[in-house]
Design a protein around this ligand. Structure first.
Ligand code: F6P
Length: 328
C-alpha cells in the first residue's frame, strides 16, 4: 500500500457463507490497527454501484464473530457484470477516495474484483468466502467447514428415520458443480453412496451397487447426491430411476438446501476468517493486489486471483478411494 493510501472498503458478495462476519471483523480491526480508514459496503457490488457505504470502526464489528450470514448483506449483482456498472462502482470509490477493496466471496465475486482492477486500477484483495470450496489455491474456503458440519448433522438425523423404516434416502447437498461437500459429508455421515459431478457414476452402476448392498444385508441406505444445475434436478433423476428399477424399496428424497449456508460458524471457520482478514491487510500493506488469500499446509498464502478462479479445486483422489472402500 502506498503511503498516501489510507482508505479501504470491504464487501461480501455472492452466496453468503458462515464466517463472513468474522472476516469482516478481522479486516476492519486490522485496518484500524494499522491506522487505515475502513468502509463497509452494503449488499456487495450493488452497494458499490448505488453508494451504500458506511464507515466502520473496531466497535462497529462487536459481537459478530459468532454470527452466520453477513451483517453487510450480500447479493449477486447483474449490473456489476456490465462495464457501465463497474464505472459506477469506481465513481463511488472515487467519491470516498478509496483505492483498495477487500472482496469476500466466491468465484463470481472474485472475477468481478479482477475486472475492477483491470479496468480501473483499484487494488483488490480477495478472501475466499463460499461453502462450495471450489477455489484454487486454498485448502479451504470460508464457510465450507461449517456447511459440512451442518450437512453431516442433518444426514445423521435422517439416518435415524431411514433405519427405523428400512428406507432408501437420497439426500441432495449443495456444491454448485463441485463435489467437496458431497464427498466429505458422505464419508463423515457414513453414506452408502456418494454421487459427485467429478465422477459420472451412471444410473446402471448405481443400481448394481444398490443391489449388491442389499445382498450384503443392508436394509436401509443413505445416498448423498451433489446438486446439479438446479436444486433438485439431480436427486430426482437418480431417485426416480431407482424407484422404477427397485420397486420394493421405499424411497424418500431430502434436499438440504440453504440450511447449509446458515448458522453460527464453527471455530475452525472463525479462526480461518480471522487469519484471512488480517493477512488480507498484510498483503495490502505490502502493495499486493489482484490476489486471493488462502491457506495451504496451515500457512497463509497469496494466490493471483486469476489462478484462484481458474476452474475449481480438484477433489482428493485418495478421498474418493477411501469413500469407495468404507461404503461397501
Ligand atoms: O455458491 C454457494 C451456493 O450455496 C451453491 O452451493 C448453490 O448452488 C448456490 O449458492 C445457490 O445460490 P442461491 O442462494 O442464489 O440460490
Amino acid at each position: 500500500m502506498s503511503t498516501k493510501q489510507k482508505k479501504i472498503a470491504v464487501l461480501t458478495s455472492g452466496g453468503d457463507a458462515p464466517g463472513m462476519n468474522a472476516a469482516v471483523r478481522a479486516v476492519v480491526r486490522s485496518a484500524v490497527f494499522n491506522d487505515i480508514e475502513c468502509y463497509g459496503v452494503y449488499k456487495g457490488y450493488e452497494g458499490l454501484i448505488s453508494d451504500k457505504l458506511v464507515k466502520l470502526n473496531a466497535r462497529g464489528v462487536n459481537n459478530i464473530v459468532n454470527k452466520g450470514g453477513t451483517i453487510l448483506k450480500s447479493a449477486r449483482c447483474n449490473e456489476f457484470r456490465t462495464k457501465e456498472g463497474r464505472i459506477k462502482a469506481k465513481s463511488t470509490l472515487d467519491k470516498y477516495e478509496i483505492d483498495s477493496l477487500v472482496v469476500i466471496g466466491g468465484n463470481g465475486s472474485l472475477t468481478g474484483a479482477l475486472l475492477l482492477e483491470q479496468e480501473h486500477g483499484v487494488n483488490v484483495i480477495g478472501i475466499p468466502g463460499t461453502i462450495d470450496n471450489d477455489l484454487v489455491g486454498t485448502r479451504c474456503t470460508l464457510g465450507y467447514d461449517t456447511a459440512l458440519n451442518t450437512a453431516v448433522n442433518a444426514i445423521d438425523k435422517i439416518r435415524d428415520t431411514a433405519s427405523s423404516h428400512n428406507r432408501l434416502f437420497f439426500i441432495e447437498v449443495m456444491g454448485k458443480g463441485s463435489g467437496h461437500i458431497a464427498l466429505n459429508a458422505g464419508i463423515g455421515a457414513g453414506a452408502e453412496e456418494v454421487l459427485i459431478p467429478e465422477q459420472d457414476m451412471g444410473l446402471d452402476r448405481l443400481l448394481k451397487s444398490l443391489k449388491k448392498s442389499e445382498k450384503s444385508g443392508k436394509s436401509s441406505s443413505i445416498i448423498v447426491v451433489s446438486e446439479g444445475d438446479k436444486i433438485g434436478d439431480n436427486v430426482f433423476k437418480f431417485s426416480s430411476y431407482i424407484e422404477k428399477n427397485l420397486p420394493h424399496y421405499e424411497i424418500r428424497v431430502s434436499i438440504l438446501g440453504h440450511i447449509q449456508r446458515g448458522g453460527s460458524p464453527t471455530c475452525f471457520d472463525r479462526v480461518l476468517a480471522s487469519r484471512m482478514g488480517v493477512f488480507a491487510l498484510d498483503c495490502l500493506l505490502q502493495n499486493k493486489s489482484k490476489i486471493m488469500v488462502g491457506v495451504i499446509d496451515d500457512k497463509m498464502v497469496a494466490i493471483p486471483i486469476k489462478e484462484a478462479i481458474s476452474g475449481g479445486q480438484a477433489l482428493d483422489e485418495d478421498l474418493i478411494r477411501v469413500c469407495d472402500i468404507i461404503s461397501i
